[in-house]
Design a protein around this ligand. Structure first.
Ligand code: F6R
Length: 246
């Protein structure tokens, strides 16, 4: 696992967008794992800028989102489905059939989780997985305590995660209590992982993931077991890792 640090969220987003574009341009077909949240937003804007200026094609890109809230429809304003279309897919030429986002509304949500995992496997697995990190070290919606061998599954969100995400909802009461998420085992199947971390609120999680052995109290620490992980952080997120020069 290596870390690349930048002075600002803008600079790290430029790096992340270039990293993704390099994959998109270099291979005839790419399976991209994508995340939602505030951290990758600027990266997605930069991909859209590039599409407008350079017409980089996404015809042969297949995407697999990490997670989705349970109990809300795809077209709900706060669904991750809506987020991805509003912040990326509507503005690039990705065919809709290439987009995969777990369904949070289903008669059998556990079956839905099994189907999602098998779709990713059958389509060749994720080549590059983009991740954010929660203040408590979660990746996807895998909260502390999640066993490392879980594949796509249903989780009960912790109060801290619901609180952090309540900024997007009318009130805390509107934040769903459950989500469907790729599991840690699903994430570890990716060939390569790019984890983005920005801001002081992520500093403790970044510190925990780099120090000590992988442990379920900090889900992101499992990434030490993966051979190809790049952590992209701004100086605030990396601030507890001194003396690394930022
Ligand atoms: C989002 C996801 C989450 C976020 C994490 C950080 O699809 O899986 O793990 O990456 O909660 O969110 P932000 O970027 O909003 O701080």
């Amino acid at each position: 696992m290596r870390i690349v640090t930048f002075k600002s969220h803008e600079e790290m987003s430029v790096f992340a967008a270039k990293y993704i574009l390099n994959k998109v341009k270099s291979y005839s077909k790419v399976n991209l794992g994508l995340a939602t949240g505030g951290t990758p937003l600027r990266t997605y804007e930069l991909l859209i800028d590039d599409f407008r200026r350079n017409f980089t094609s996404y015809q042969n890109v297949y995407t697999y989102n990490l997670d989705e809230y349970c109990g809300i429809a795809q077209n709900h304003p706060n669904s991750y489905h809506t987020f991805m279309f509003e912040h990326l897919f509507n503005y690039i030429n990705i065919p809709k059939k290439n987009v995969h986002i777990p369904k949070g509304l289903s008669d059998d949500i556990h079956q839905e989780a099994r189907i999602y995992e098998s779709i990713i496997d059958e389509l060749g697995g994720v080549d590059l997985q983009l991740l954010g990190i929660g203040e408590n070290g979660h990746i996807g919606f895998n909260e502390p305590g999640t066993p490392f061998d879980r594949e796509t599954h249903i989780v009960k969100l912790t109060e801290s995660t619901r609180k952090a995400n309540s900024r997007y909802f009318e009130s805390m009461d509107h934040v769903p209590e459950k989500a469907i998420t790729m599991g840690i085992a699903s994430i570890l199947k990716s060939k390569e992982i790019l984890l983005l971390a920005s801001g002081e609120s992520k500093a403790e999680a970044i510190y925990q993931m780099f120090t000590g052995e992988p442990n379920i109290d900090c889900p992101a620490s499992v990434l030490k077991n993966h051979p190809n992980v790049v952590v992209v952080a701004d100086k605030q997120a990396a601030s507890k890792l001194a003396p690394i020069k930022v």
